[in-house]
Ligand binder design. Structure first.
Ligand SMILES: [Cu+2]
Length: 145
């Protein structure tokens, strides 16, 4: 009897801790992180933005974009733009359920050719499957929140 009560107390604390962590994580996502899911769709694979579609994703400069691979084939997110023959940004090769993030800060925005007050269209691709393409629109300046 005593032992059961002790266990209930521990479970209640654990549940509270889990709830708090989940809340903090969601809050962080709302503020800064944009998640793009990489999914296999029939013959090809696509980069699906927060709306679940392969369409340009708008990113305010300063925000973090996370790509997570939900298909069995490995993929990357690699900028089309190169600097000294190297992509300006590139994730590692992502296997199933692996993710990688890129923070599009002011420095990276400029390295990609961004100018103050102008949106920058940024196309990227998968290094393993060059037909896989995605697009971001980087918005400089004010945060939208
Ligand atoms: Cu790929």
């Amino acid at each position: 009897m005593y032992r059961t009560r002790w266990l209930t107390g521990v479970l209640a604390v654990a549940a509270f801790a889990a709830f708090t962590t989940a809340q903090d994580k969601d809050k962080g996502k709302d503020d800064k992180e944009i998640v793009i899911t990489i999914e296999g769709k029939g013959a090809g694979s696509m980069y699906l933005g927060p709306k679940g579609k392969n369409e340009p994703v708008t990113v305010t400069v300063g925000r973090k974009v996370t790509w997570i691979n939900k298909s069995k084939a490995p993929h990357t997110a690699t900028s089309d733009k190169t600097e000294m023959d190297k992509p300006v940004f590139a994730t590692k090769e992502l296997k199933l359920n692996e993710s990688a993030s890129v923070t599009f800060d002011e420095g990276l925005f400029k390295a990609l050719g961004g100018k103050a007050g102008e949106d920058l269209k940024l196309s990227y691709h998968c290094e393993i499957h060059p037909k896989m393409k995605g697009e971001l629109i980087l918005k400089p300046g004010k945060k939208d929140k």
